[in-house]
Design a protein around this ligand. Structure first.
Ligand code: ASP
Length: 594
């Protein structure tokens, strides 16, 4: 088939722009055939580009040649048309389409390209498998929903850049071929050809460079930056992802929080027209665990966890008393109106806690004639009413009890709380609730590695008042760290940094690093700390996740143009892929598993 060229045609309009006011104009449109209806003498086509759809009409009586040519058009062919904007017949307007009042009567048609039959229909419901859609991502991206997400992503990034610029932050690019930056994941390594046997690591974050920029006096830095973490892909993670990274000098927790709160207020109001008010609530890590059983609490609904151990110490229920004797707790939540939960639902909730490793939950339905519960015979009426009182439970409610060591009980009830909120639809769509979780533990003991590891990263400053505990009880020291949580998802985190050489060395030693290792890994950084490092603090925000929440996407993949699969592969290009022997030899490498 002959393919036409654009020649001297110039596109006068995009496919989303023509309105009733344009009637009578001669226009040139270009785009894809989205859908075609052939009624014989009349052929209708919805012409599509990224801006929208316009109905074009080939009328045999109006122009025979283009009408005949249009007979062979199929979906997804690329065409250009010259024609006249005409009003649609009365009653045939499409109020769902911005261009729905008009159509373009075609005088001349150019076929700019044909197409193979696409592996799935672009205009239609999503019935192809995710693998196929990822492989043909450029076709998937022709669909308005996905495209819209990427437009939103662009607007959010632009909003953030404008905001940061107004706040006096400089965007500075940091290296991608670099050295390991410890953020708790595995590095992606890149072999060096010039220095054989040596490797770059792709940045898990620009952490060390942004701190160096503070030492260089940049004062306020930010970057919207790709980071790389080689993790087993749990649920919704991407091995390469984008962060809004920030660092500021001569400021502390309050300074960083203030900037991010301002940024959220700004983009949520400008982009979603949603009023976020600041300051955001702050809750210490320990309290978040106590109340919500999670370090990323969803605060859009109550159902807070209550410790009721003191009320049940003298009960005759062995399951509870034995746990308490071993230093554990009994905690409970109250579900408003939960008496309606069926046995099946309760069994499902039970398996959530047993899957998690707990022995199981107990429950009590508060009925007019007392509790319906296996606990009845073990708890005195006084105990029952004091439990009700602490939980604010009334007739019609359901109380769920979990007993375990404190952390495990919190986490189990935390999971239940979220699951129940989903089942009861407690969360209104399109509400956004921010909360800061602060003062996480600085260190935790890694039983496998038999040493302490940093909870955030090793550059995080300990809380001043906990410093005396550093050598005796490192696990009890709290950090000057903070996470930003939105609707129960952690969207960012950061900390006040250590800015003195002595303290940084002390932390490295507590983390079990030897002198040589410290020197080899972080020598350059320690040296920089010794040349007048200002106090500084910073944070990074997961940009993909923020966009996903703002557009209401289910998966991060829906807000990334070319995402990786669960197996960290790129379906479009088939990366990672084999390389030939010469390329390996050039890098001084040979494979153990050819
Ligand atoms: N580097 C940290 C991260 O990527 C964020 C920060 O502390 O600024 O999670």
């Amino acid at each position: 088939m002959d393919i036409d060229t654009i020649g001297d045609w110039e596109r006068t309009n995009d496919c989303g722009s023509l309105r009733r006011d344009d009637v009578g104009r001669e226009v040139v449109l270009m785009g894809w055939v989205n859908r075609r209806r052939d009624l014989g003498k009349l052929i209708f086509i919805d012409l599509r580009d990224r801006f929208g759809l316009t109905q074009i009409v080939f009328d045999e009586e109006f122009d025979e040649i283009s009408h005949e040519k249009a007979g062979i058009l199929r979906n997804e062919w690329v065409i250009a048309v010259k024609g006249e904007v005409t009003p649609r017949l009365h009653g045939q307007e499409n109020p769902d389409l911005p261009t729905g009042d008009i159509e373009v009567k075609v005088k001349e048609l150019k076929i700019l390209n044909e197409t193979e039959v696409p592996p799935f229909q672009v205009d239609g419901k999503i019935d192809a498998s995710e693998n196929l859609r990822l492989k043909y991502r450029y076709l998937e991206l022709r669909r308005p929903a996905l495209f819209h997400n990427l437009v939103m992503r662009h607007r959010i990034a632009l909003g953030i850049r404008n905001f940061m610029n107004r706040e006096g932050f400089l965007e500075v690019e940091t290296p991608v071929l670099t050295k390991s930056t410890p953020e708790g994941a595995r590095d992606y390594l890149v072999p060096s050809r010039i220095s054989k046997g040596f490797f770059y690591a792709l940045p898990q974050s620009p952490q060390l460079f942004k701190q160096l920029l503070m030492m260089a006096g940049f004062d306020r830095y930010f970057q919207i930056v790709k980071c790389f973490r080689d993790e087993d892909l749990r649920a919704d993670r991407q091995p390469e992802f984008t962060q809004v990274d920030l660092e500021l000098s001569f400021g502390d927790e309050a300074g960083v929080m203030d900037v991010f709160e301002g940024m959220m207020v700004d983009i949520f109001s400008k982009i979603l027209n949603y009023p976020v008010s600041k300051p955001f609530p702050r809750i210490e890590y320990k309290k978040a665990m106590d109340l919500y059983g999670s370090d990323r609490p969803d605060t859009r609904f109550g159902m807070e966890l209550k410790n009721i151990s003191d009320l049940l110490r003298s009960s005759t229920f062995k399951v509870f008393t034995e746990v308490m004797e071993d230093g554990g707790v009994v905690k409970a939540i109250n579900i408003k109106g939960g008496v309606s939960f069926s046995r099946k639902v309760l069994d499902e909730l039970n398996s959530i806690v047993t899957d998690y490793g707990n022995k199981g939950l107990f429950w009590a339905k508060v009925k007019p004639d007392g509790w319906q519960s296996t606990l009845n015979k073990f708890l005195t009426p006084d105990m029952r009413s004091s439990v009700e009182e602490r939980l604010g439970a009334v007739e019609g409610d359901l109380i769920i009890f979990v007993s375990d060591m404190e952390q495990a009980a919190n986490e189990a009830l935390g999971l239940l709380r979220i699951e129940i909120s989903k089942r009861l639809d407690l969360v209104k769509d399109k509400t956004y609730s921010f909360v800061w979780v602060t003062k996480f533990p600085l260190l935790e003991y890694d039983r496998d590695e038999k040493r302490y590891v940093a909870v955030h990263h090793p550059f995080t400053a300990p809380l001043e008042e906990d410093m005396p505990l550093l050598s005796e009880r490192p696990e009890a020291v709290r950090a000057r760290s903070y996470d930003l949580v939105l609707n129960g998802e952690e969207i960012g985190g950061g900390s006040v940094r250590i800015h003195t050489l002595d303290l940084q060395n002390q932390i490295f030693r507590i983390l079990g690093l030897g002198k040589e290792e410290i020197q080899e890994k972080f020598g350059f950084f320690l040296e920089a700390l010794s040349y007048g490092a200002p106090p500084h603090a910073g944070m990074a925000l997961g940009f993909d996740r923020l966009v996903a929440i703002m557009v209401g996407a289910e998966s991060l993949r829906d807000v990334i143009a070319f995402p990786k699969t669960q197996r960290a592969t790129c379906s479009v290009t088939d990366a990672p892929s084999k390389v030939d022997k010469d390329q390996l030899a050039e890098l001084g490498l040979s494979l153990l598993y050819p």
